[in-house]
Design a binder for this molecule. Sequence first.
Ligand code: ATP
Length: 346
Amino acid sequence: MEAAPPVTARNKRPAREEAHRADAGKKKRSRYEFDDISEYEMLKEIGEGAFGVVAKARDHRTGETVAVKWIRGGLEGNSDGSGLLPAVVREAGCLAACRGHPGIVQIKTVAAGEDTAGNDLYIVMELFAGGATLRSELATRGRPFSEDEARDAMKQLLEAAEKLHATGTIHRDINPDNILAAAGGELKLCGFGCATPARRVRCPEKPVGMLQYCAPEQLFGLSCYGPEADVWMLGCVMAELLAGEALFTATEEDYMIAERINLRDDIVSMGVEAFDETMLDHVSAAGRELLAGLLAFHSDERLTAAEALEHRWFTREEDEEVQEEPPAAVELKFPGFESPFAAPAA
Ligand SMILES: Nc1ncnc2c1ncn2[C@@H]1O[C@H](COP(=O)(O)OP(=O)(O)OP(=O)(O)O)[C@@H](O)[C@H]1O
């Protein structure tokens, strides 16, 4: 057999040039390599993000339709870690860590402008549900989800959270705006702008995430918190699906804290008791029990996403039990007041 020719600078060059051609369109900025946004044709705006719009677009090279999240000034980063670039890198990294899970929107690449003076970045994702979210789905229906529909939705969301947490990521901003919803009932978590690797995070000065869905430990400004915060947020989403309206509605941070920890008067004033009496009557004992487990005030008493998926609300064991005995009251573990998810009077 003939020996392979020695590798020299001369015979290596064609391979290098080929690789270079294959990489054409990819821009290198500092240590990151970005796709070229001019390869994408923007078709129409489908959503609004905190730093720019989200648009439906077509990749000229493949003809594929994608979603492009435009982050104005996304390339700006400072050596101390401030600026948008580290945040975009974190968002893209968290999405990439969850690639392949059906309940999490798939990232394809990060793109930058051809013009080196341009400072914007673009996160390119699979296009899902044309931009429809659980918020828009609830508004369109104008009625709550049935318990079976809510069970199907929560199973998908808890499975997505289980995957997220298993890869070492916390979302920190789960709410109906960050859940894409297809007409057939399929859901995907998106909006990873606040996501972070789940070392016990150092708390920023202001809590991240939509206040109405933030866990008590986020609102308190505890120095660290973990994946339990996502579970709380999923509890808020579950209550909202079943009731057709948000569980917590205040907008000011201080008031939000009062809602969660102060005494009954605050709770009554925000209408949780009315919520209990009228909105959750149709929910089974198992459903209320799961809600209490997701919304346990103390994070160390909260169910994990994996534990929640094992709950009898999903395994349907309660169907037989309910016929034998009335549902037991569920203790929601907020200090200082009774559970808003208590069993209805017999
Ligand atoms: N992959 C996608 N497919 C379809 N629509 C999407 C997609 N990603 C985002 N959208 C739409 O754009 C809206 C805003 O997206 P996103 O939540 O990512 O932006 P943001 O609010 O700036 O981000 P973040 O929540 O990360 O701070 C979503 O509510 C949704 O309507």
